[in-house]
Write a protein that binds this ligand. Sequence first.
Ligand code: ADP
Length: 190
Amino acid sequence: MKNIVLFGPPGAGKGTQAEILKEKYQLVHISTGDVFRYNIKNATELGNLAKSYMDKGHLVPDEVTINMLKAEVEKRPEANGFIFDGFPRTEAQAEALSDLMEEKGTQINGMVALEVADEILVGRLLERGKLSGRADDANEAVIRERIAEYYRKTDILKSYYQKQDHYHGVDGVGSIEEITQRLCEVFDRL
Ligand code: ADP
């Protein structure tokens, strides 16, 4: 099994690249943001709860997110491995992921991080907001709050994975194809 955490701040390009890489490596892509948005669209209890946090640019509480992620993994017993996109985003989530992988007799092979400067992120998210209809991309204050939340709670995971020698940074600025190429060079070694 190959299990990879695709990491990076909001707007780094994780979703775009995960869609390409899951085909190439035959992995199951789980995006926690997509699962939350699906639940919001269908007005489930989980969706209503998640929305109250997402609208403010805050993270959804760990317990809720961890239970949801576990359920998504359990739905795919046939998987060759996973690309986790948007998870983990806190240290508690990283611990839970490590435990889950251990229960399944496997592990995280590495965290691959897309590195992009903050001002580029804001520009990309505002552009995406014009097309995607995502409420959290339409408002610059919410975008900046998501980036602030990233530095408060998520950025620390770099050192968490660095300590295990599992952190691989990739330059996230360039064309989609160039970035896929850079990511593949890392994926092939994991
Ligand atoms: P982006 O990385 O572009 O901000 P995502 O689609 O990954 O967007 O996530 C959108 C929102 O969903 C986040 O701002 C957050 O509120 C919520 N979310 C997604 N993943 C997690 C997570 N692992 N823990 C807590 N909240 C999350």
